[in-house]
Design a protein around this ligand. Sequence first.
Ligand code: CMX
Length: 480
Amino acid sequence: MIRPTRILKFNESKLLRIQSLDLKSTMVNLIPKRRAELLEIRKNYQNLKVDDITIGSIIGGMRGNRSLLWQSTSLDPETGIKFQGYTIQECQDLLPSVSNKGKKENFLPESILWLLMTGEIPTQQQADNLSKELATRGTKLPEYTIKIMNDLPKNMHPMTQLAIGLASMNKSSIFGEKYQEGSIGKNDFWEYIFEDVLNLIAALPQLTGKIYSNITNNGEPLGKFNENKDWSYNICSLLGMTNSNDSLNTCNFNDSQSNDFINLMRLYTGIHVDHEGGNVSAHTTHLVGSALSDPYLSYSSGIMGLAGPLHGLAAQEVVRFLIQMNKEISSPNNEAEIEEYLWKTLNSNKVIPGYGHAVLRRPDPRFTAMLDFVKARPTEFSNDPNVTLMKNLSDITPKVLLEHGKTKNPFPNVDSASGILFYHYGLKELLFFTVIFGCSRSMGPLTQLVWDRIYGLPIERPKSLDIQQIKNICKKTSSV
Ligand code: CMX
């Protein structure tokens, strides 16, 4: 865990070069303009009406209410997620991947973190610097966190372990320490939140490796942290899932499988970083942070939400569904039997996992990115009946769901592909998938937490109504 070596002051920022090579200096350069923009909007448009709140939205999960400020991603019902305005395909084309490689590999999650924080596509050097910075900050977990993780029941739910591990690290919160000292003012909060955020994201490979070793290897390490490698590589090696010297290579990967699994991890953790602000994990992190709880406590709360089956846990449901269907049908290519199985599921009042979405109304571009990963490796996946079934379902299920006529979006979401690809490479502990999701999802909501403090946003406190108050509103309207 790294202490800030030097806290930058705004007058110093003038001395920095236009294109800074580290993330913090780049942020410092952006802040005055962005703060002024928000101030201007608040001053001139404070009372401008944006949306209507209906009785339906109050009792219907506030679906669609435009009422949150979220800086770095937005979700369009038709085109899906955009990261600072860039589609996944554009990110694939523009964002730096691992340097010194002849062919273009999947972009680094570090690159997208830079993009989320700054709104700018990083250069290769900037992405490499951030990758190195995270590796340096993430070399070791705090001793007390290691002790706590060692003492947890080895069969404890992996997401509970992740939430506990993260919450324990609040002991190291630089923001918490400075706030208690009373030595910082509101305009400076962001710098210490930023330090905590980078330390937290940097610690996730180690924490994830520790949780996986708890549930699969009685807490004994499966791999070593390598300071010269990127963030996703270190997740893979600490899971014991690379064929290099720093890992036990528990799945007996050859070179190409090892490289593909690392790239799958980069892809998965790169595209799950954020899905705008209203989803449970993002909104929770933002809400808890609005009370000035530090990033460790805020994100630990977000992780508790990510653990729910309607949110982060869906990928594991899909894997169960595919395995069970393959047991009951004669072949993953038998369209008639697949259709029959889907109808049987729907007629017993169950959902088809991996299909539908609260906001999206088209196939999820994150699903398309995962499917492209499969299509680029035909030999690797041709004999996997679960992956074959996943692909066939993406053609058959939308027709069935359309005929069923209920779901607003009959197309696959990202979860219909992600878990089964991890399963293919040997990650068989289904409850663990969401921990990897939790690594990735840290980047969006924690970026927002930094911007929340840059903007000095207040504590969130919407007004609640009881049923009598709602009835009164209804009565008043019907008597008009
Ligand atoms: N299979 C069967 N029925 C479905 C369905 C599916 N995959 N998706 C939606 N429906 C049904 C709903 O249950 C609802 O039925 P009722 O009116 O009887 O309650 C109806 O269609 C309308 O729902 P909707 O407005 O289309 O969807 P919601 O916003 O209510 O729910 C979601 C969205 C994701 C929870 C839902 O589509 C679902 O349960 N999908 C399966 C689980 C899943 O894949 N979750 C992963 C979500 C990924 C993410 O959040 O990123």
